[in-house]
Design a protein around this ligand. Structure first.
Ligand code: ATP
Ligand code: ATP
Ligand code: MG
Ligand code: MG
Length: 275
């Protein structure tokens, strides 16, 4: 492209490259999903189809954005982790965030049309998401990040399950249910569910209690070194075809889970391109 006298404006672009050798986590979150879930009549406290729609959207990100090796989602949010040594977009934060959030949104809308054929999206009320990027310097802080999100899932889900049981089965008004729950601990909520409604919280679906973890079944889509176009096409096809597993396990306590995930990340990192 020929230089022009206007090109100096490029100098105004700030350098937003994220630090090397850190785990980049990008979290997307639905904008105004409290309202969105009312507008589209989500089942409360957990609409299974809506969660599946989030999972499909996240799968779309894993398949289409290179170097994402793990994702975790709950409610209207999803977190994506990149290989520690990724050089995608030269690690530029704005490029990474905007690519992840737009890929996620596009896939969410596509999945919606398949999962909710009788509840089409209203052009004046479309789902949108924001995103942020955070760098974690080591494995411990990465694990703690996921533990934080999974603990948040558990606390919200126990609260919401108790709240909606009081409203739906206990005939309380939302205001009275909220008042009843003020100051209660986890044990109190478990007790209300069990004693008043015969519900054992432990038997609630794992996806509602723990959220969803997406992992490549086997991270064998290693990026070729200095690939030719043919190798690159082959690599891209292998990523598209690779299987993604959805788990609902306990990532706070499960050491084996992290050993497995990080072993895979290690193997992949050594083959990640540096240019
Ligand atoms: P913000 O724009 O600040 O994120 P928000 O309204 O999206 O605001 P969040 O804190 O992100 O608020 O909470 C998301 C809300 O979306 C939940 O409180 C819940 O009401 C609703 N929601 C999301 N997913 C589901 C689902 N699968 N089933 C039922 N409700 C859901
Ligand atoms: P990157 O992912 O790096 O942005 P890109 O392929 O999107 O790569 P751009 O520099 O953004 O490259 O250029 C967009 C290209 O898309 C143009 O070169 C042109 O080939 C094509 N394109 C965009 N809009 C149109 C259009 N309306 N009609 C025909 N071609 C178009
Ligand atoms: Mg939200
Ligand atoms: Mg949220």
């Amino acid at each position: 492209m020929a230089n022009s006298k206007f090109e100096y404006v490029k100098l105004y672009e700030s350098d937003d490259r994220l630090l090397p050798r850190t785990y980049i986590v990008i979290r997307v979150d639905g904008r105004g999903f409290h309202q969105f879930s009312k507008k589209y009549d989500f089942e409360k406290p957990n609409d299974l189809n809506a969660l599946n729609c989030m999972n499909k959207a996240a799968e779309g990100v894993m398949r289409n954005v290179q170097d994402v090796f793990l994702a975790y989602g709950q409610s209207d949010e999803y977190s994506f982790v990149f290989l520690k040594d990724t050089n995608l977009f030269e690690r530029r934060a704005s490029k990474l965030m905007s690519t992840v959030v737009s890929t996620f949104t596009a896939n969410y809308i596509h999945a919606w049309s398949q999962l909710f054929p009788n509840n089409p999206l209203d052009g004046n009320f479309l789902p949108t998401f924001d995103s942020r990027a955070v760098m974690y310097p080591d494995v411990q802080s990465l694990k703690d990040y996921f533990s934080w999100r999974q603990a948040d899932c558990h606390i919200n889900n126990l609260y919401n399950t108790t709240f909606w049981t009081l409203v739906q089965k206990g005939q309380l008004t939302p205001h009275d249910a909220q008042t009843k729950l003020i100051g209660t601990l986890s044990a109190d909520k478990n007790e209300i569910l069990f004693t008043d409604f015969g519900i054992n919280y432990n038997n609630e679906p794992e996806m509602f209690k723990k959220g969803s973890i997406l992992r490549w079944e086997k991270l064998d889509h290693k990026y070729p070194k200095n690939p030719t176009k043919r190798q690159l096409d082959k690599y891209r096809k292998s990523v598209r075809d690779a299987k993604i597993n959805i788990l609902h396990c306990d990532i706070i306590k499960d050491e084996q889970f992290w050993n497995d995930v990080l072993a895979e990340e290690d193997t992949a990192a050594t083959t990640t391109p540096t240019s």
